[in-house]
Write a protein that binds this ligand. Structure first.
Ligand code: ADP
Ligand code: MG
Ligand code: ZN
Length: 484
């Protein structure tokens, strides 16, 4: 392909506060339509907005975590447009003086720049009922606090855009500034994409609005890149516009031609005076920042000998990172030596079997699983000590993750521990050799599969409890003696 994509994302985040951004109305999700409204968020004439202190604190917390510079003076602007879900006919937002600027997000090995972060209020929600010739409007969402996070056009593929969004979501979850629930619309995303020939200037961008899953971000971008590619290959121009993604058909559709800042007649919100935060106030918020995923991944790699990829995987969600650290504590608590092999095994379980079951059951967080860090450590130790094979451990996991039983107890109660007693295995091996002269002949003729057959017989005889490695070793030895 002669063209390469250039992508920038605008992410809208609903901040987790109990009341709205400029009034005292509740923000509870799923309340009866128009039950959480007042004259302020319904845009009655003469009312005055008052900024919610918590909204400001969460906004600054996020801006600082993304490495942004905080604007010395906080100013709100009116963004004027007409739409039935916007009773005031303007949205209170920020314009040329956003809350924060010039941050970045580390995505794998790359640093994606954050252009700006600003506060604004959400609009109401239109409800179009099938078969009815009228639309309804629910103003509960009107005045919900939003933080918009705008990236630079630094993303180079749909996959990278998804990875950026995932990393951003993880950071926001670590910060506890939002529930980040994409299905509820707490985290949604507009994507901007253009094509250009390498080293040429940026091409004309198209904005695809309101995507609310990682999957639809990927699909919308992939489709849009293909659509623009075809236009350019045919010598046509890409129109600068705003498009919508039709999830069912997997295509983007023209919605409106692009609007420019001057279309909105921005002017400073006269009812909210500009104000400043002191350096000290900002520092207090900075000091409260938690350790973020990138820093945690580096620490996990350095302290526990995880590979960078495993460390990133384990820290991708705060719940998983906390789980891993609880396992580390359990290692110390059990008086075990902190071996890198043990930590690696723990990470492998979290990123392997545990992730698989979570995926299967559609669970967001590891904490939703009935499988404690102590249980995981038991499982790792059962394998480590040779009591059960890795294969058996997976089966045990599949059982106890359903029942919540302790893996050690499960193995003991069902007599699953493999027989590592050399004497008993030798006895069984001798019996198997006597009972299977054909296979022994085959082995002598140099057929390696015969040995596997005999191992199988031994496992059957011991009802699968023998250590397979020891079984094979013992049989091989006996057969060699037999040969001579
Ligand atoms: P607008 O004035 O249309 O809102 P902005 O400059 O604010 O445009 O950018 C909005 C988003 O579009 C940002 O995330 C930015 O990174 C992205 N963007 C800007 N120019 C391009 C481009 N040529 N191709 C792809 N994305 C772009
Ligand atoms: Mg913009
Ligand atoms: Zn209100």
């Amino acid at each position: 392909m002669t063209y390469v994509p250039v992508i920038g994302l605008e992410v809208h985040l609903q901040l987790a506060t109990r009341s709205k951004i400029f009034c005292g109305c509740a923000t509870t999700f799923g309340a009866a339509a128009n039950s959480q409204v007042c004259p302020v968020c319904l845009g009655f004439p003469g009312v005055l907005p008052v900024l919610n202190r918590k909204v400001l604190a969460l906004g600054i917390r996020t801006a600082l975590a993304l490495g942004c510079r905080i604007e010395p003076t906080i100013v709100f602007h009116r963004k004027n447009y007409f739409y039935p879900d916007l009773p005031k006919d303007f949205q209170i937002s920020q314009y040329d003086l956003p809350l924060g600027r010039s941050g970045s997000v580390e995505v794998g090995e790359r640093r994606i720049r954050v252009h700006r972060v600003h506060l604004e209020e959400d609009a109401g929600k239109l409800i179009h009922k099938e078969g009815e010739d009228a639309s309804l409007v629910d103003f509960n969402r009107s005045g919900m606090p939003l933080l918009e996070i705008v990236s630079e056009p630094d993303l180079a593929s749909p996959e990278e855009a998804q990875a950026y969004l995932k990393t951003l979501k993880a950071i926001l979850q670590y910060l506890e500034v939002s529930d980040c629930d994409m299905e509820k619309g707490s985290l949604r995303c507009d994507t901007n994409v253009s094509l250009r020939r390498p080293s040429e200037e940026l091409g004309t961008k198209v904005e695809v609005k309101n995507l609310n899953s990682f999957k639809s971000v990927g699909r919308a971008l992939t489709h849009e890149i293909e659509r623009q590619g075809k236009l350019l290959e045919a010598g046509e121009k890409v129109a600068q516009e705003t498009r919508l993604f039709d999830d069912a058909r997997g295509i983007t559709l023209g919605m409106r031609s692009k609007e420019y800042a001057h279309d909105y007649r921005y002017f400073p919100e006269p009812d909210l005076v500009p104000f400043s935060l002191t350096e000290k106030e900002i520092e207090v918020i900075r000091e409260e920042l938690p350790e973020l995923p990138a820093a945690k991944a580096k620490r996990f790699a350095a302290s526990f000998g995880l590979t960078p990829a495993d460390a990133r995987g384990v820290t991708a969600s705060r719940a998983a990172a906390d789980y891993f650290e609880a396992c580390v504590k359990a290692v110390a608590g059990a008086g075990l030596r902190p071996e890198p092999g043990t930590f690696k095994a723990i990470a492998n379980w979290i990123l392997g079997e545990i992730a698989r079951v979570m995926n299967e059951r559609n669970l967001e967080e590891i904490t939703a699983l009935q499988f404690s860090p102590g249980h995981l450590l038991e499982l790792v130790q059962l394998v480590d000590s040779g009591k059960i094979s890795h294969k058996m451990a997976k089966e045990v996991f599949a059982e106890v993750v359903k029942s919540g039983e302790s893996p050690a107890r499960h193995v003991q109660a069902r007599n699953l521990a493999q027989v590592t007693d050399a004497g008993r295995i030798r006895e069984s091996a001798q019996a198997v050799i006597q009972e299977n002269p054909g296979a022994v002949e085959d082995f002598k003729k140099g057929k390696p599969r015969a040995l596997m057959f005999l191992v199988g017989q031994l496992m059957r005889r011991t009802q699968g409890s023998a250590s397979p490695a020891l079984a094979q070793e013992t049989l091989r030895e006996l057969l060699k003696e037999n040969k001579r």
